[in-house]
Ligand binder design. Sequence first.
Ligand code: GLN
Length: 246
Amino acid sequence: MKVRVAHLYPDYLNIYADRGNIAVFERRAALRGHSLEVTAVAPGDQLKAATFDLVYVGGGQDREQALVAPDLERRGGDLRAAVENGTAVLAVCGGYQLLGRGYRGRDGSWLPGAGLFPLETVAGEQRLIGDVLLKVTLDGTTTTVAGFENHAGRTLLDPNAVPFGRVLAGHGNDGSTGFEGCRVAGAIGTYLHGPLLPRNPVLADWLLSWALEHAGGDAVLEQLGDELEHQAHAVSASRARSRGGR
Ligand code: GLN
């Protein structure tokens, strides 16, 4: 199968090698005989999100977020309809914040968002930085997800929102609720950089199988050995644990 990926704002939102997540999708798809067709989307570009199987957006500084926020707000309806229609989404940190209703920066300015995730973000004084370990349940499978966070934003989930995971070590959405990220159907938002997917093969395959299903293919993926991936996960997880919880 050919998996169609829309990579939003790669020239603006791409810190901590976030674009490495695309390379992981490419590699894991290829190991199962599938291919990726990646379309870079810049502000103002035409995009019908529902024609894509996966939408990806990385993280970025407040300045870059301010440059893309109005464009992302305009795409809100299109992105929400695509997710309702089965398109998968992975949004990291600054991209995650702007897929909520918006982000209030430290200077008080409001950056409008796409309103895909039921949440808002407000920048705090102190940045929340360090290794993170989460407990995550995806379609009945409980696993851990490991990564790195660096954000001023405190993300407040609406009461009916579904968090992506529970914080075992690190700060997460706001450093106090113990929740991290948000999930709506096949759309995952998270603060975890790294890049995230090389050390989290279970999550990478979950998103890939969701995208393959949308592409009309078989969502069941042949298991890979993933020795290196599991080692990277273990190292990242032990670094997070050594922080001794939140
Ligand atoms: N600029 C946002 C914040 O500081 C997001 C940072 C990021 O993407 N790492 O919270």
